[in-house]
Design a protein around this ligand. Structure first.
Ligand SMILES: [Zn+2]
Length: 120
């Protein structure tokens, strides 16, 4: 499943950050996911449950920030919301558009539990 590999790469990135900061666990993770990133929210939630046990994110609170798709027409320059890739410009009908946002798939922030806090 596509989403599972995404979850596993998020786990890898979180573990790397935690190691860098000497943290034992992640309390909270905020993700940014673009509407056009090709992620099914339900499939992601399922993969999240499947991929996390035993990892540093096992008990992390998950917050997802969805970013709507937005594009700019390369002809007339107008900016508009898009629901899918390759939508025509609503002003002039041009298909040559530049996607400004909506393909994000990244960790926005991590709240780490430091080793000291875990021990106490
Ligand atoms: Zn246009």
């Amino acid at each position: 499943m596509h989403e599972l590999s995404i979850v596993l790469s998020i786990v890898d990135a979180a573990e790397e950050q935690a190691r860098k900061h000497g943290a034992a666990a992640v309390e909270r993770i905020d993700l940014e996911i673009g509407a056009l990133a090709g992620i099914e929210p339900d499939a992601l939630a399922f993969a999240w449950e499947a991929g996390l046990p035993g990892t540093i994110l096992a008990n992390a609170e998950r917050h997802i920030h969805y970013i709507p798709g937005r594009a700019r027409c390369m002809d007339c320059g107008c900016q508009f919301d898009v629901q899918q890739l390759y939508e025509a410009c609503p002003q002039c009908g041009n298909y040559f558009t530049d996607l400004l946002q909506g393909r994000e798939l990244k960790i926005k922030s991590l709240t780490l539990t430091t080793a000291e806090e875990v021990i106490s």
